[in-house]
Write a protein that binds this ligand. Sequence first.
Ligand code: ADP
Ligand code: MG
Length: 236
Amino acid sequence: MSDFFQMSHIYKRYQTGGEALTVLKDVNLTVEPGEYLSVLGPSGSGKSTLMNIAGCLDTPTEGEYILNGAHVDEMDAHALALARSREIGFIFQSSQLLSRLDAQKNVELPLIYAGARPSERARRAREMLDRVGLSDRMHHFPSQLSGGQQQRVAIARALVTDPRILLADEPTGALDQATGRQVMALFRALNDEGRTILMITHDLSIARCARRVVHIVDGVLTEGGDARNMQSEAAS
Ligand code: ADP
Ligand code: MG
């Protein structure tokens, strides 16, 4: 399946106070099943805009986006909501957990929306928390967890519906270096198991954890090649 995730000639324009701002300029991006890709670019380069379009949270001004064989621009609100809940798992810079729910209940949330039975929800949430190394923190509330643990709960929540692709926008942005490395080790393990990952970051050392890196500067996307060949760039 070659057209699993494909953006062609994507533009995003904003009209602010009479001035037109083009934030994404002819973006072409294909992600194959099982790929682990990062988009590297400085602040303000259009990364989150791209991610929101990828996640069907926003629509492009122009261009075509095909998700799992379906044309996103032809989907109605219901189909979009289904695509979001079935095909996509989201991770943001802050874990965005609900403070009044414990770890297990936070992870169960997407399954409630998906209509799973309570026993099934509990079982799958516990399995996923175990997978991210938090089997001993099921009933901790977010305030009782470290930043890295909170982010791992968020990863479990993103994966509990078994989405086709994991989208991560600056997933280590709020973490210290050591904790960020743990989250990157988890991403790599998930990708080794076949999980497709698209990660967005401004941090070269984080981007290089992916298997393929593309660059975005001022809304223009360019291929960066194999992540392991970026050593010299990292040093400069
Ligand atoms: P990044 O995530 O790479 O930091 P963003 O995608 O958030 O960048 O933003 C890219 C550019 O688009 C910025 O210059 C930002 O000011 C602009 N932008 C984002 N959202 C809007 C909006 N709703 N209206 C106008 N401009 C926006
Ligand atoms: Mg951003």
